[in-house]
Design a protein around this ligand. Structure first.
Ligand code: FAD
Ligand code: SF4
Ligand code: SF4
Length: 409
């Protein structure tokens, strides 16, 4: 471990504000000096073991999503809650096996298979279950449809898919990248400062993200299933149906499972990292194409989590994203239908509430003297104006209380 004096000022600021999203970009770019390590309740965090040059520190400052994110709409429609985009549709993978294996409609997996089969990329960088930790994640390189289906399904646990950046840069292949919105933001920012990464990662895909739970969250799910890590062979957070059940396959071959409503709603969503609570972009603004759950809604407009055939939302953020989706449709890989964007506000309550609460939370952190990310072009004030004064005050007071408590303890 490096001494405090030679700690990168950028990483020091991230640590001081507990702003790390765990994307792995800093460790991926500078593997001689930084590695990712599970810390605390099981978050992936950078550990610096040797000094960085000023130039290297500047690169981290420019790309780290914990320190900020800049968005430019460049003439695209830019609704306050959902950000710049080119098109929005709903749909699903036409292949029933992929649709079933996926988290929602198997859309991301089908698009990845399409990109591989058409030769648009040579391989895919994505996240799958860790071989040595059933509730954990590992970054994998997929080169076949089988690999991609094996990695399908959301994994509500820390992932650092950018942790192999310099290794991949030396690899010579072109990769499609799939990651959380913060991962996509880091990669897009890296391409802006080092354009060669645009050739290495010509396609960036992402998904809506409500936040990453710690490994403690996964352990608590196992506990609620009456088991523990040492008895579990494999674990899926969801998928194999929509939304699919959190399922532990035991070493004796039996299975234990619980509903998405219980696993995410009652347990995992209570284990989110701090950065996720002040996330200005949980909808993948930096990606080419983003997928999400296109939940059915009840009469009050709220999402219904009854098991059904999966349906995904497709939000093309760039012309390239729209072209890839159209090509996958043209080859009969994806089927889509029109979607009425305003209805997204009802079926994505987590995204809606966090965007509206963000300004109040950031102001509370500033008042408590804690560093916050520098957000540009993310319409934070217009989003806060959509909230009631009461809700803004409640979010402000809650964040201030937690920050002051953290400082005391
Ligand atoms: C932490 C998290 C929070 C989410 N929050 C929301 C939300 O608020 N609203 C919403 O609509 N959808 C959310 N989703 C996404 C949703 O669950 C589906 O993944 C999305 O609808 C795409 O479904 P699909 O069937 O197209 O994806 P699939 O075909 O199942 O493909 C999923 C892809 O995501 C990758 N992946 C899975 N877990 C991770 C991870 N932890 N880190 C990086 N990559 C990963 C896989 O490698 C795979 O490529 C979240 C997913 C995650 C992992
Ligand atoms: S958010 Fe990513 S780049 Fe920033 S410190 Fe964490 S792992 Fe490194
Ligand atoms: S909520 Fe935001 S910061 Fe947290 S993992 Fe998702 S995209 Fe990253």
């Amino acid at each position: 471990m490096t001494d405090k004096k030679s700690l990168s000022p950028s990483l020091a600021r991230v640590a001081q504000g507990d702003l790390c999203a765990g994307c792995g970009a800093c460790a991926g770019l500078f593997p001689e000096q930084i590695r990712m390590e599970a810390q605390g309740r099981g978050w992936l965090r950078p550990v610096q073991s040797a000094p960085l040059s000023e130039r290297e520190d500047r690169t981290i400052a420019a790309i780290c999503p914990g320190l900020g994110q800049t968005v430019e709409a460049d003439g695209r429609p830019d609704p306050v809650l959902w950000g710049p985009h080119v098109s929005v549709q709903v749909g699903w993978a036409v292949d029933p096996e992929v649709r079933h294996a996926g988290s929602s409609g198997g859309a991301l997996s089908m698009l990845l298979i399409h990109l591989l089969e058409t030769g648009e990329v040579d391989a895919v960088v994505q996240t799958a279950a860790a071989p040595d930790l059933a509730i954990g994640n590992a970054t994998v390189i997929s080169t076949s449809a089988e690999d991609i289906v094996a990695a399908a399904g959301s994994r509500y646990a820390p992932s650092a898919p950018l942790d192999g950046l310099s290794r991949l840069a030396a690899d010579g292949r072109r990769f499609a990248f799939v990651g959380k919105p913060c991962d996509a933001a880091a990669l897009r920012a890296l391409i802006a400062v080092e354009p060669k990464y645009g050739q290495i990662f010509p396609v960036i895909l992402s998904f809506f993200c409500a936040g990453v739970p710690s490994h403690s969250g996964g352990m608590e799910v196992l506990g609620a299933l009456g088991t523990s890590l040492d008895q579990v062979d494999r674990f899926r957070f969801r998928g194999n149906g929509w939304p699919g059940r959190a399922t532990a396959v035991m070493k004796d071959g039996t299975e234990r499972s619980m509903s998405y409503h219980d696993s995410w709603g009652r347990i995992l969503s209570r284990h989110l990292q701090h950065r996720c609570k002040i996330c200005a972009d949980g909808t993948g603004i930096a990606a080419d194409l983003v997928c999400a759950d296109a939940w059915e809604s009840d009469e009050a407009g709220y999402p219904v989590f009854d098991d059904a055939e999966g349906t995904s939302l497709f939000m093309a953020r760039t012309e390239q994203g729209a072209r890839i989706l159209a090509a996958a449709q043209g080859r009969g890989r994806i089927r889509t239908e029109d979607f009425d964007l305003p209805s997204l506000t009802g079926i994505q309550p987590g995204q809606r509430e966090r965007r509206r609460a963000l300004l109040a939370r950031l102001l509370a952190l500033r008042l408590a003297g804690r560093p916050i990310p520098r957000y540009r072009g993310l319409q934070i004030l217009p989003a806060a104006r959509q909230n009631t004064i009461r809700k803004n005050l409640r979010n402000f007071a809650g964040m201030l209380r937690r920050s002051l408590f953290r400082r005391r303890s």
